[in-house]
Design a protein around this ligand. Sequence first.
Ligand code: 8YV
Length: 326
Amino acid sequence: MRKNILVARRAPAAVIEQLSAQFDVDAVQGETVLTPDELRARLQGKAGAYITGSERITADLLDACPELRVVSTMSVGYNHIDLAACTARRVLVTNTPDVLTETTADFGFALLMATARRMSEGERLLRDGQWKRWSWDYLAGSDIHGATLGILGMGRIGQAIARRGHLGFGMKVIYHNRSRLPADIEGQLGARYVSKDELLREADHLILVLPYSAEAHHCIAAGEIALMKPTATLVNIARGGVVDEDALAAALREHRIAAAGLDVFEGEPKVNPALLTLPNVVLTPHIASATMPTRLAMAQLAADNLVAALTGTVPPTPLNPEILPA
Ligand code: 8YV
């Protein structure tokens, strides 16, 4: 008997075609975003769920959908999924690591450069007819090359950013992470492990790339920002919840740090209004992985994971492989 699956957000046609060849697919159409209640209703009787980083999979939802066996998310981050609850109920969870690493690192670097070199601020002034004359300190920002790059979270994406900073821009790279990298990898990346306080104090540019978790919630708040240089920039491509946005907005307003670049927001797609009016913050709508080749690769990997898991083979990138049969 064909299994029923839900594709909870519009997906590439090729993916729907591939899934439809094996399963009965209930695919959400257009730009619809399911509410939690709608997600619960649409998951009834479904063995598989193809989701994105926005659909929350909670213990309550799993209990309400006992036929659900596999959750495949088209994202590397999986803080929207209660993994422990899934594992306890023997629901297999997969994500899409690796395929987005370089694209996301490119974007992190682009956001860092746009922020440090005040690109959005300059474009806004130009478009508003406010570009009148040259003056020596007009839109003067801070240098990238030769500066100290601080990385909080040294996973795959953090390492790809370190490589860009070290090899491409001659930056001094320091990082803080739950665990230290092996010495040979540190050597290749030119990266030095430091305490979180040292990272905050020494970085000219601090980029947040750590996974979101309860411990990471607001790990950059007023106290942490107070340790940073007044000339520093802060870039967040992790999850909005790692930064206390009110504290950040206050620091930017009072020029206690120079600038911030944010691709992720605590209440996204809603953005904290305190950030919207500040000139010294670059704001982008969670697009760090958004190139066509990378999004297609993510969509394909999410589909391959779902097909494998529901047809009894080992999926390429499981998050709780311990529940797979030995
Ligand atoms: C996704 C991301 O675009 O992979 C992640 O964790 O944050 C982004 O690449 C987003 O989560 C939608 O799935």
